[in-house]
Design a protein around this ligand. Structure first.
Ligand code: SAM
Length: 171
């Protein structure tokens, strides 16, 4: 894969911290809009900046979405640097009944890591569990801050998945 290098993998961020321009990549409308339609719209984007917010209500890094209440139907494409905290927060907000739906877009190439092995794998797609995982086809496009056009070879070199917390998932 030419032109797109992994840049916020833990082996890199441990040494020099995460890069804002990588953390700030927005979900492309071609990805987001069908999901918003499928799930009946989202009320709140919990990890955003004004340039990439997907809902009228959103939390930025300054707000710290991890320290706020997640109400209603929640969209979350979190920064990749501390996924364990975002998954734990989603469980908390869903379990206490504040969030009625959470859809989280995540990289699908880190499933060997602790946040997945402890926060996702034991619960996903199990009878009675509210958490469902969908592995997405192809490589998604993301939009960098300030970018309107996406150039060739700008798809990330990994697949993505959706984590969906929803009462109807339980069976
Ligand atoms: C991968 S981008 C997703 C952007 C957008 N919400 C979307 O789906 O298109 C993650 C965003 O979360 C923001 N962010 C980073 N830390 C955050 C925090 N603690 N609370 C809320 N937002 C945060 C970043 O600035 C960035 O804009």
């Amino acid at each position: 894969m030419v032109g797109f290098k992994g840049q916020n993998h833990p082996q890199q961020t441990d040494k020099r911290g995460a890069l804002d321009e990588v953390d700030g990549r927005g979900t492309h409308p071609d990805t987001f809009n069908p999901l918003a339609e499928r799930f009946g719209g989202f009320d709140l984007d919990v990890a955003a900046a004004p340039c990439n917010a997907k809902c009228a209500r959103f939390y930025t890094r300054a707000d710290d979405g991890l320290a706020q209440d997640w109400n209603g139907r929640v969209w979350c494409n979190p920064p990749y640097r501390n996924l364990v905290n975002w998954v734990a927060k989603a469980w908390h907000e869903f379990n206490i009944g504040r969030a009625e739906l959470i859809v989280m877009l995540l990289p699908a190439n880190r499933v060997e890591q602790g946040w997945w092995q402890e926060g996702v794998e034991p619960y996903r797609d199990r009878p009675g569990s509210p958490l469902k995982v969908e592995f997405l086809r192809g490589r998604l496009l993301f939009i960098r801050p300030g970018q309107t056009e996406i150039g060739p070879n700008e798809r990330p070199p990994f697949g993505c998945c959706l984590l969906i917390w929803q009462k109807e998932n339980a069976s």
